[in-house]
Design a protein. Structure first.
Length: 728
């Protein structure tokens, strides 16, 4: 084993593996071989320090990582790792509770609730209290309860001031006890509480697990940190491997400060840095290092490699979102023609909605692609919801669309009510839509239920009337408004809801582009529905063995690709201002960009657009601040010929862009009939909101609106003719 270590580890890795016992923090940069170091450290403990496998606790964040580490260890030692506790935090804590169920105060035969089980239980509690689920949304309450437990809090110590939230939290906990159930967050919290209140049990595990190994330490939340600190005690050896520069899950409870406060919270900590990168070229690493150096809250390291310098990191300034997509797919086809596999190419973006225009261009060129860790645009649930409403208006006999929309978003119609409608429909051989026009015969006596169903009928009838009155974009916009889907997601203010809201807004842009492409269609709505169904069907039936990879940057964590396109690098999109809800926002967004850059092995393209058709209107944008934060000379702009640019403009679907500047530059613009001159990126002052910066603008003449990011009031849209702005 010793020879294996010496032959396969570099100097920094060797130092981290061969260190003495005690608390160690291993700052492992992207692509630096952290899994190898962690595995070899476990082997070192067993081989050189005579530590028994049963005295080691190894914690990971995925079962896959745990299994991989176990296999590597057994290969190195050439013996079984029997007795060593490998697993995720949840898996290990389940094991503890199975042994110490009595001390934890739960049943020996407890059931673990999955997310849907938990949601159903919360819904029953809301219903039992006669609460309006539009005000007390079950999904939002689920996130609230889980986040409280991830902080180590119960209902009586909750940090929410709403008594109703506390009451629901209390009743939920009581229901769990009565049904001998625990949820995933409870697995860790109950284990922590059990150890905290049972000194004998705690001492047993402190003596047994004198060596604790933790992978991806930067992703630990408050409770996991407390759990580790409790079980490690004052005499244990905690070996934590992580990278504070890759802490990107703050929105789901991870605390980047855990890795930064490790030295203060644990005794006699020794820190090691793994900075040699085995994945990317020097030029890619130089860009990554330059960007992340702008973060102040970091322990600091500098990635390097002894491989060749490689291709430059390329920057493409697109004329529009269409131009950006055309350039990317042109380049993809060029790379494939040169012998590169499609699956070696990844398109990364900050937010899901950005995939839509890329998907359109890939589909138009018949380039196979796959959405990694997610769904294609027309397969996303919120998009299918809107499409289902449209289907109902076009064809009232569509029972599948009825089932999807009748209580979505929630209208207080329970399964019992829906079942009664189904049975009446079946008995009388009529559609579900026809059935709800005979409520007296069904026997739905509740006034509340009848009002909810009548409101649903009103929505469908309003959409039907719109079919002959409005264009496709307006019809889709009205569906989102009538159904309250947008309001439903907007009320939740979590990552999932924000992403869904962005997708709904992108659907408006999709509808407008579809209209522009099919302007001579006899029935644009029917054509649109057919296109949505075909795209969804192709996703199911055309799995390709070598597709281009599309994914959000969060989904790309832990992956690597020879060629990466980092798209949508526009201010307001990345960093994403919709996620600006805490003071650590900008640093986490920068870490996310760092993660994206370090996914590239050989070639990296960064793209941004001067203008995009988003949220149903034209938006003029400036490049992401992250581009300008990279040291000059590290990124090489791509020069596009004037002929290519003119060809793109002549084929551009968003013709409004051409009205402003035929040269494709949006750096400057002055409003007609207005003496005020301004540009995107210019500083302004408002008598109420103070100083701000122009992010983008839309409209013309008296309808021209500026999108301004104010220092103390955030982003606001202001009509220029009324705003009384001073241009600085």
């Amino acid at each position: 084993m010793e020879n294996n270590l010496l032959n396969n580890l570099n100097e920094q890795q060797l130092a981290a593996v061969n260190c003495n016992l005690g608390n160690k923090l291993i700052l492992a940069g992207a692509g630096s071989g952290k899994t190898r170091v962690l595995t070899c450290r476990v082997a070192k403990l067993i081989d050189s320090y005579d530590v028994k496998p049963s005295n080691i606790l190894a914690l990971t964040f995925t079962n896959k990582a745990s299994a991989e580490m176990k296999q590597r260890l057994e290969k190195i030692l050439k013996i079984s790792s029997y007795g060593l506790w490998f697993g995720t935090f949840h898996g290990i804590c389940r094991r503890l509770l199975k042994i110490h169920w009595n001390e934890a105060g739960i049943s020996e035969y407890f059931t673990i609730l999955d997310s849907q089980d938990q949601l159903r239980m919360i819904r029953r509690i809301i219903k039992s209290k006669n609460l309006d689920e539009n005000l007390y949304d079950s999904k939002h309450l689920q996130n609230f309860i889980n986040s409280q437990k991830d902080k180590g809090l119960r209902y009586d110590s909750s940090d929410n001031d709403d008594d109703k939230y506390r009451d629901i939290f209390r009743d939920y906990d009581l229901a769990c006890r009565q049904t001998n159930s625990v949820d995933f967050a409870d697995l860790i919290l109950l284990s922590y509480e059990m150890l905290l209140t049972n000194e004998n049990v705690l001492n047993y595990y402190r003596n047994r697990f004198r060596n604790i190994m933790v992978d991806e330490f930067q992703d630990t939340n408050t409770l996991q940190f407390k759990f580790l600190k409790l079980i490690n005690g004052s005499s244990g050896s905690l070996y934590a491997v992580g990278d504070d520069d890759q802490s990107i899950y703050g929105w789901r409870g991870a605390r980047s400060r855990n890795i930064q406060s490790f030295k203060d919270e644990f005794l006699d900590v020794e820190i090691f840095k793994l900075e040699r990168n085995y994945r990317s070229t020097n030029k890619i690493l130089s860009v990554a290092n330059s960007l992340i150096s702008n973060n102040k809250e970091r322990l600091g390291k500098n990635l390097w490699t002894d491989t060749e310098k490689g291709d430059p990191v390329y920057l493409y300034e697109a004329y529009s979102g269409d131009d950006e997509s055309i350039f990317i797919v042109d380049k993809i086809q060029e790379l494939i023609d040169g012998g590169l596999k499609r699956s070696d190419i990844a398109l990364l973006y900050r937010s899901n909605f950005l995939s839509r225009r890329l998907e359109e261009e890939l589909n138009a060129r018949s380039v196979p692609y796959k959405i990694y860790g997610g769904f294609r645009f027309f397969e996303r649930s919120e998009i299918k919801d809107v499409i289902a409403y449209l289907r109902m208006a076009v064809n009232n006999s569509d029972d599948a669309a009825f089932e999807r929309t009748i209580n979505n978003p929630p209208r207080g119609l329970g399964e019992k009510t829906i079942h009664a409608i189904r049975e009446y429909s079946k008995k009388n051989k009529i559609t579900l839509w026809e059935a709800i026009h005979d409520l007296d015969a069904i026997g739905l006596g509740s006034t509340r239920i009848i009002n909810s169903i009548n409101e649903y009928k009103k929505i469908i009838n309003s959409i039907y009337q719109d079919l002959t009155k409005h264009n496709l974009k307006k019809i889709i916009g009205n569906i989102i408004e009538y159904s309250s889907l947008s309001k439903h997601f907007d009320s939740k203010k979590n990552e999932e809801a924000l992403s869904k809201q962005e997708n709904l807004e992108e659907l408006l842009s999709t509808a407008e582009r579809f209209y522009q492409n099919n302007i001579d269609s006899e029935d644009i709505v029917v054509e649109f529905l057919a296109n949505a169904a075909l795209e969804a069907g192709e996703y199911q039936s055309k799995a390709h063995e070598d597709p281009v990879q599309l994914m959000t940057i969060h989904s790309a964590k832990g992956l690597e690709f020879p060629v990466v396109f980092l798209t949508g690098m526009d201010e307001g999109i990345f960093p994403n201002e919709n996620r600006n809800i805490n003071k650590d926002f900008l640093e986490e967004e920068r870490r996310l960009c760092y993660v994206a850059i370090t996914r590239a092995m050989k070639t990296l393209y960064i793209t941004h657009a001067n203008a995009r058709y988003m949220h149903g209107s034209n938006n003029f944008l400036i490049p992401s601040r992250f581009i300008s934060e990279v040291e000059d000379g590290l990124i090489e702009p791509i020069k596009i010929s004037r002929k290519y640019r003119e060809n793109v403009k002549s084929n551009n679907l968003n013709h409004d862009f051409n009205e402003f500047n035929q040269e494709g530059s949006f750096d400057n613009f002055s409003q007609e009939d207005n003496s005020n001159y301004f540009r995107v990126g210019q500083k302004v002052n408002h008598m109420k909101f103070g100083n701000g910066v122009i992010l983008s603008y839309t409209g013309k003449k008296e309808d021209l609106k500026l999108h301004i990011n104010f220092e103390h009031y955030g982003k606001k849209w202001l009509v220029l003719s009324y705003a009384q702005l001073d241009f600085l």
